[in-house]
Design a protein around this ligand. Structure first.
Ligand code: BES
Ligand code: ZN
Length: 414
């Protein structure tokens, strides 16, 4: 059975919702099979799952795939679960026909969904504006404005019998200003779902409404919910404590399949694990696929928190976005970057390039090395679907050399 057909089987298992326990029996593959799995195939598998946000089915499928891949190579695996507060991706969605408009949930809004006709409320959203628009039983759409507070807009919508409220805005794009959405929100819980659209989504909605009377589906998800994340740790059966962590995040942002950010790094770490399997110092290395990087390095923080107070950890090597752009870049601890540059002279040394999991280790004074090729134009977009195979291979080759030297220098100093 080829690796591809394994991928297809796993995909089928997940799509059809059959229990995960089915997977191990399916993947009793012959020894030759694993030699056919290239980093590019791993990237393709992970990318085909779609956006791997924490606790999603795509994320779960990715975890099972990686777990079995590491186990086939001969490593032991551990899934480390952790809880975190999701205050960055408390998302709300308004679906109109085929179009999905994303926004954010207003603090205090109930979590829920309603399907109903969309009714635009004119003016500043006074009590009378809502009544005039006849929003009873409908999802009301009103512009967020300086005259009527969000709290009052909600009160007026509820009083007029709306079943949902969508706030639109044209003057300010808060997409990256998460605090802004909550400043004037109501204290208590609403009785209807209330969301606010980004500026771009507001404009799209306006176009859709101009076309004809439409139904919409409003769906809110609490920004304060606790979410479960899962790191995958792979290590030699003889390993006890880690002295070197080699990691990459496997989660992606919503709506992006994250081929380069960061199925690429995830695949490179897996391939390195395969190549270093017989290394005499491999017992000191933990290979980690981190979850929840995109929501604030949560997986990296959880791993660090789980280590003993006086950690034996002497270094962390992070791979993030290594499948596009020709030049290999490194940043981090000068000792580590010097070592990388000496070993692979074609590498460029940068100062703090890209915020990723290594920052969490750096904050705990653990020497870090970040290996990346930098941002590309598809970063965090639905179009992040491909990588260049040759660049993945080049990354693995360069990183293998660097890690060989690193293991030698850190673990067996003269
Ligand atoms: N892959 C990026 C980090 C990155 C950026 C690598 C530029 C190489 C070049 C990472 O997944 C990311 O998106 N980081 C966020 C911050 C994070 C804490 C949410 C960022 O850089 O904005
Ligand atoms: Zn990212």
């Amino acid at each position: 059975m080829s690796r591809r057909s394994l991928a297809q089987i796993l995909a089928t298992i997940f799509v059809s919702g059959v229990a995960i326990a089915v997977a191990p029996t399916v993947i009793a593959e012959p020894e030759v099979a694993r030699q056919t799995r290239t980093p590019t195939q791993t990237v393709e598998f992970l990318t085909n799952l779609g956006a791997r946000t924490p606790n999603s089915s795509a994320s779960e499928a990715a975890l099972v795939y990686l777990r079995h891949a590491y186990e086939q190579v001969g490593y032991e695996t551990e899934v480390q679960t952790f809880q975190f507060h999701n205050d960055r991706q408390g998302t709300a969605r308004l679906t109109v026909g085929e179009t999905e408009l994303s926004g954010n949930v207003v603090l205090g809004s109930i979590v829920g969904q309603r399907l109903s006709k969309l009714v635009r409320v004119a003016g500043t959203g006074t009590r009378q504006d809502f009544v005039t628009a006849d929003v009873a039983g409908a999802i009301a759409i009103v512009e967020r404005n300086q005259t009527t507070s969000t709290e009052l807009l909600i009160e007026h919508a509820e009083a007029a019998g709306a079943v949902g409220l969508v706030l639109v805005q044209y003057d300010f794009d808060w997409e990256f200003d998460w605090a802004g959405i909550w400043e004037e929100s109501p204290a208590g819980e609403t009785s209807i779902p209330v969301m606010v659209l980004t500026k771009k989504a507001s404009e799209t909605l306006e176009e859709l409404l101009a076309e004809s009377k439409q139904d919409g589906l409003i769906k809110t998800q609490s920004p304060w919910e606790m979410v479960q994340g899962k790191n995958l740790i792979a290590r030699s059966p003889n390993a006890i404590v880690p002295r070197i962590v080699i990691g990459a995040h496997y989660d992606s942002v919503p709506r992006s399949p994250g081929a380069n950010d960061n199925a690429s790094g995830t695949a490179v770490v897996l391939e390195l694990a395969e190549r270093l399997q017989d290394h005499p110092l491999v017992d000191w290395v933990w290979f980690v696929a981190f979850d929840a990087e995109e929501v604030g390095l949560m997986g990296a923080r959880a791993l660090i928190a789980s280590l003993p107070y006086q950690t034996t950890l002497q270094g962390m090597v992070n791979f993030d976005m290594v499948g596009k752009q020709d030049n290999l870049l490194v940043s981090g601890d000068p000792l580590m970057t010097d070592l990388a540059k000496e070993t692979v002279p074609s590498i460029s040394v940068m100062r703090d390039h890209g915020v990723s999991d290594h920052f969490a280790f750096k904050a705990k004074d653990i020497p870090v090395l970040m290996i990346t090729r930098g941002l590309d134009t598809d970063w965090h977009l639905p179009t992040d679907t491909t990588v260049e195979p040759v660049l993945l291979e080049e990354t693995v080759d360069a990183a293998e050399q660097i890690i060989q030297v690193l293991l030698q220098d850190l673990l067996l100093p003269e």
